[in-house]
Design a protein. Structure first.
Length: 218
């Protein structure tokens, strides 16, 4: 249970921005693809690539609740969480942590496939499509389209989980908006992260996305 209603900053601003920007851009990517706005679709994909790069770095360099080591639970920890009545945790719980990891992995694969894809008229190739044959690039494009529905399924499960926890009195969506949540017993608030570390991670992620978007050319 929370410690006397004490609320702490559980989600830092970069983590929240990445979360909501990715959510918006997934919808925009779908819209731009279905309305033949492929230049916008590519730009959205490059932006998601940069955000994923930042989140990967942040999974090691960010505050405790953002680190992969904090929320990717092993079997023993997962069993303890399930048998303990799904007690509130600071940050992602063990189930939510693996859900996040699955969505990041599928989204990363989705973006990666898009980089190698090409349209049937060869007018809108991905920046890495030239590294494979035309037939391979078309097959990859087909997989890119199909994998999107796997991502949609994971998003649906995520929304159902949010609804389940909301019914139990845990508003996880509000925490991802404000960054604040009640502090569970026996836990401490995450440490603040210096601005230089945020800037360094963002610069590295932008450079990585730019390099990939330009076909590994400097």
């Amino acid at each position: 249970m929370p410690s006397d209603g004490v609320r702490v900053q559980v989600w830092d601003l970069p983590t929240r921005l990445v979360h909501w920007l990715v959510a918006v851009l997934i919808g925009f990517s779908w819209w731009s693809a279905t309305h033949d706005r492929l230049p916008w679709h590519r730009l959205s994909g490059y932006t998601i690539l940069g955000l994923l790069g930042f989140r990967l770095i942040w999974g090691f360099a960010g505050p405790r609740t953002a680190r992969f080591a904090a929320f990717l639970a092993g079997p023993a920890r997962l069993r303890a969480y399930l048998s303990g009545g799904l007690r509130p945790t600071l940050g992602h719980n063990p189930l939510g942590g693996w859900s996040v990891a699955a969505m990041l992995a599928v989204l990363g694969l989705q973006v990666g496939l898009g980089l190698f894809s090409i349209d049937e008229d060869s007018l809108e190739p991905g920046p890495l499509a030239g590294l494979v044959s035309f037939d391979a690039a078309r097959t990859i494009a087909s997989l890119h389209h199909k994998l999107f529905w796997v991502l949609v399924g994971l998003i649906a499960l995520h929304l159902l989980a949010l609804g389940f926890y909301a019914l139990r009195g845990h508003n996880l969506t509000a925490a991802m908006i404000s960054g604040q949540a009640p502090l569970p017993d026996g836990e401490s608030a995450p440490e603040p992260i210096p601005a230089w570390r945020i800037a360094a991670a963002a610069a590295a992620a932008v450079a990585f996305a730019w390099w990939i978007a330009h076909g590994f050319r400097l």
